[in-house]
Design a protein around this ligand. Structure first.
Ligand SMILES: O=P(O)(O)OC[C@@]1(O)O[C@H](CO)[C@@H](O)[C@@H]1O
Ligand SMILES: [Mn+2]
Length: 435
């Protein structure tokens, strides 16, 4: 096996990893502490004095975590009773062996320490009894959806109108609509709360109207390969969505899923959700369900119609929700078959897996310092349960599958050239069905 590039890491000063570990994730941690401190009154109401004491205990643990991070202390083994503890602690041993020194925040792989931070936040909550399932990011995720009301309404109206008589749609109509909704879905990924450090980052523009102006920012576009794959005749067609952020992005995932079923391009959709609060805005099962509740309660006819239709789909099994610990573990996806063979085998039953967003892209490609022109298929390093694609806005200094000279052209032409790889303003649609 050819030697692999180094991992992105905060050991590289000036890198986005360095800025993230030095500034961005500590500030996310401070925001979690702030949410807790501002909720003491609510905890007292809900759980009495001991609830407040527990919250103060969690704040103490998180303050300690922040100090560990900012003084580059060693990564510590996990000690709570979640089922993934042994996996995380084995991983720590593997990193220690490979690194030949104590894994720590500014010396180890960025992907590892950033995932570890969110797992340590969960450990702080696991130490309490009443706050164990408290999601410190829930309020921000709900605000994200509630503040996207107008793009949600315009998208719901547009899709409802376009698919009111599915039998009358030509292949060409369906192709055009799928292209549009893949792009809406792709740009929905700009609005994540980790890149924004937890501050507001809402979808503001009309999702369909904005597509033309954004098209040139899609620097690799293999949508046609997705179309060819999804159009292949097959008895039962399952499509899996490994979703990313709650809010408008999740709504755009649901709209894309609905289009696939309404046009009979697929007959069942599987969604993969996180099992704990993750990268601020990533969607848990609870986020998926309250999103449906908010849509159902909408005064907008098309929105509430979709909310009710989708509530029914979860009940009738045409939409299947999954949760697996693997999605919130430190491993990149090349290790899935070995570490989570059940998940890998289940994904292999799918006709197409759609991976959403930047963290998934980092885990698919291993978060390594690849040359930009290395083929996407090579960066998978053997991970291919079935045909897969990634819809990702660039929010980390990692990209593969570019043509020779393409990165240089972007850097010379872009207004905000300096941060073109981390601003979320550029995007890729990449596909692979053979290694
Ligand atoms: O996966 P997403 O929601 O598209 O993005 C996650 C993210 O915002 O968090 C990390 C930086 O903190 C990067 O992977 C990326 O910038
Ligand atoms: Mn995310």
């Amino acid at each position: 096996m050819a030697t692999l590039p180094d991992s992105l890491s905060a050991k590289f000063k000036g890198s986005f990893a360095y800025k993230t570990v030095k500034d961005r994730i500590p500030s996310i941690l401070v925001k979690v502490i702030d949410v807790l401190a501002r909720s003491y009154g609510k905890f007292k109401e809900d759980y009495g004095k001991e609830g407040v004491e527990e919250a103060k205990g969690v704040v103490g643990l998180l303050s300690g975590l922040r100090n560990e991070m900012q003084t580059d202390k060693p990564v510590l083994p996990l000690t709570d009773s979640r089922a993934d503890v042994n996996l995380w602690n084995r991983y720590l041993e593997e990193v220690r062996a490979v690194q030949g020194s104590q894994p720590s925040w500014f010396t180890s792989a960025w992907l590892y320490v950033e995932c570890y931070m969110y797992r340590r936040i969960q450990q702080a909550f696991e130490a309490s009894t009443m706050l164990r399932t408290f999601d410190p990011f829930r309020a921000q995720k709900e605000a994200g959806l509630l503040n996207s009301e107008s793009p949600i309404q315009s998208l719901a109206s547009y899709v409802q109108q376009a698919t009111q008589d599915p039998a009358s749609l030509s292949q060409q109509d369906i192709h055009k609509l799928l292209n549009q909704l893949i792009q809406v879905n792709l740009w929905g990924n700009k609005c994540d709360l980790s890149i924004s450090g937890g501050s507001e980052n809402y979808q503001k523009h009309d999702p369909i109207q904005q597509l033309a102006s954004l098209k040139s920012f899609i620097i690799v576009d293999q949508t046609d390969q997705i179309w060819n794959r999804i159009n292949q005749p097959k008895t039962s067609k399952r499509v899996d969505l490994v979703v990313d952020n709650a809010g408008f992005e999740l709504f755009s995932d649901l709209v894309l899923a609905e289009l696939l079923l309404t046009t009979k391009l697929a007959d069942v959709i599987h969604f993969h959700l996180k099992v704990m609060p993750w990268f601020v805005s990533d969607a848990l099962r609870g986020d998926f369900m309250w999103t449906l509740d908010i849509l159902r309660a909408s005064s907008h006819a098309a929105v509430s119609r979709y909310g009710n239709l989708w509530h029914g789909r979860v009940k009738d099994g045409t939409w299947v929700l999954h949760e697996h610990d693997f999605w919130t573990c430190p491993h990149d996806y090349s290790k899935m078959e070995a570490v989570a063979p059940d998940l890998y085998a289940d994904l292999a039953k799918s006709h197409l897996i759609v991976f959403k967003g930047d963290l998934n892209y980092r885990k698919i490609t291993g978060d390594l310092k690849w040359p930009h022109t290395v083929p996407f298929s090579q960066a998978l390093r053997g991970f291919l349960p079935t045909a897969l694609c990634t819809l990702r806005t660039l929010k980390a200094d990692l990209i593969v599958g570019l043509e020779e000279g393409q990165a240089e052209r972007i850097e010379s032409e872009a207004e905000e050239a300096a941060d073109w790889m981390v601003s979320g303003n550029w995007a890729v649609v990449q596909y692979c069905d053979q290694l």
